[in-house]
Design a protein around this ligand. Structure first.
Ligand code: KG4
Ligand code: ZN
Length: 340
C-alpha cells in the first residue's frame, strides 16, 4: 500500500499527515496558532510565518511517528503551495522540497481550495465526484464545478469579503473572541435571529452566483454604533444585544450561503454538493443546508468540523495527482494570490 506525506501551512495552521493510497489516515497533526493571533483579532502574516518555522519540522516528525511510517516507505511528499499567505506558504514548500530532495521522493503540489473540497471525499469513504464544490472559509467563498478530483472550474463566489472574514469582523465589533465563527455561534444561542433585519444580497432567484459580505458587516456596525461614528466600543453593549446581533447576523450570512448552494445545484444540474472550509463547521449552516439539499434532491457531503478548518488530511487530493503522474520539479514556487 503506497503512503504519502502531506504538508499544510497556507495560513495559521501547521499541519502534516501520512495517508495511505486507500485514503486511510495513518497519522495526523495540526498545530493551531489561534492563541498567538487572538489578541490581534486576526492572523498577522509575519507572526504566522515565524511560528511555522518553529513548528513545521516537529509537526512532520510527529505525524510520521504517529503513523509508524519511515521515510523509505513513502511514495511522495505533497505540499499546499496555493493560495495563502506568502510567508506561510514558503515555509511548507521549503520543508517539502528539502524532504523530497533528501529522501529522493517525487514532489506534488496541492491547491489548498481544491483540498478543502477533497476533505469531503476522504470523510465520505466513497466517490463524491462529479459534484459542485463549495469552499467557505476565512479567505474564500467559492463555487466550483468539479467533474473529477482534478478538474475544478470556477463558477462564482464573493465579490468582496469571504464569509469567514465577516464572522471574524462582526465578532470583533461585538467584543467576542477570535476566530469569530465559533464565538458568534455561541453568542447566538441566546439571541433572536429576527431582532435585526440585515441585508441578504444576491438572494433573488435571477441573481448571479455571487456573494457580498462587506455590506452586511457595515449594516451590523451601523445597527450597533450608528452611521458615521468612528467609535466601536463593545463594552457599551448589553449581553442581550450581543446575542441578538450575533443571531441576526448569523441567520443573514447562512441565508446567503444556503440560497447560493441551492442555486449552484440547480444551475449545474449536478446531483452532489461537497462543502469545506472553516465556516462549514457552523451548526446552523449545516442544518439549514441539509434541509435545502433534501428539497432539491441533491446529496450533501460536508466534512466533519475538524476537517473543515485547515488540516493536512485533505491534502490526500495529492494521491489523485500521483495516479495521474502530475509531479513538480524542485523549482516549484508559491502562488499566494486568489486562485480560481
Ligand atoms: O478554512 P479555515 O480554517 O481557514 C481558511 O482557509 O480561511 O477557516 C477559518 C474561518 C474563520 O474565519 C473562522 O471564523 C471560520 O472559519 N469559522 C466559522 C466557524 N468555525 C470557524 N465560521 C462560522 N461558524 C463556525 N462554527
Ligand atoms: Zn483553508
Amino acid at each position: 500500500m503506497l503512503k504519502f506525506l502531506t504538508i499544510e501551512s497556507t495560513c495559521d495552521e501547521t499541519a502534516a499527515a501520512v495517508i495511505s493510497e486507500d485514503l486511510q489516515v495513518l497519522g495526523e497533526v495540526v498545530a493551531s496558532q489561534e492563541t498567538l493571533h487572538r489578541r490581534f483579532r486576526g492572523v498577522v502574516p509575519e507572526v504566522a510565518a515565524r511560528q511555522h518555522v518553529q513548528t513545521i519540522l516537529p509537526v512532520i516528525d510527529l505525524a510520521l511517528r504517529k503513523s509508524k511510517c519511515t521515510p523509505d516507505e513513502l511514495a511522495a511528499v505533497a505540499v499546499a503551495n496555493t493560495p495563502g499567505l506568502a510567508g506561510s506558504l514558503l515555509i511548507g514548500l521549503c520543508a517539502a522540497k528539502s524532504l523530497a530532495w533528501a529522501w529522493n521522493l517525487p514532489l506534488i503540489a496541492i491547491n489548498h481550495l481544491h483540498a478543502h473540497v477533497y476533505a469531503c471525499r476522504v470523510a465520505a469513504g466513497v466517490e463524491v465526484f462529479p459534484c459542485v464544490g463549495f469552499i467557505v472559509s476565512g479567505g474564500h467563498s467559492n463555487f466550483y464545478r468539479c467533474d473529477d478530483p482534478l478538474t475544478f472550474q470556477y463558477l462564482g463566489g464573493t465579490i468582496d469579503d469571504a464569509a469567514g472574514e465577516a464572522f471574524d469582523k462582526v465578532a470583533a465589533m461585538l467584543g467576542l473572541d477570535f476566530p469569530g465563527g465559533p464565538a458568534i455561534s455561541r453568542a447566538a444561542v441566546h439571541g433572536d435571529p429576527q431582532a435585526y433585519q440585515y441585508p441578504r444580497p444576491f438572494t433573488h432567484r435571477d441573481d448571479p452566483l455571487k456573494f457580498s459580505f462587506s455590506g452586511l458587516k457595515t449594516a451590523v456596525r451601523y445597527s450597533l454604533y450608528g452611521q458615521g461614528r468612528p467609535v466601536v466600543d463593545p463594552t457599551q453593549l448589553s449581553p442581550q444585544q450581543v446575542a441578538d446581533v450575533a443571531a441576526s447576523f448569523q441567520q443573514a450570512a447562512v441565508d446567503c450561503l444556503v440560497s447560493k448552494c441551492r442555486q449552484a445545484i440547480e444551475q449545474t444540474g449536478l446531483q452532489t454538493l461537497c462543502v469545506g472550509g472553516g465556516v462549514a463547521a457552523n451548526r446552523l449552516f449545516r442544518a439549514q443546508l441539509q434541509q435545502a439539499m433534501q428539497e432539491v434532491g441533491a446529496t450533501l457531503w460536508i466534512a466533519p468540523p475538524e476537517l473543515c478548518t485547515d488540516n493536512a488530511v485533505m491534502g490526500a487530493i495529492a494521491i489523485e495527482k500521483y495516479r495521474a503522474g502530475r509531479f513538480e520539479s524542485l523549482d516549484l514556487d508559491i502562488y499566494p494570490g486568489l486562485e480560481r
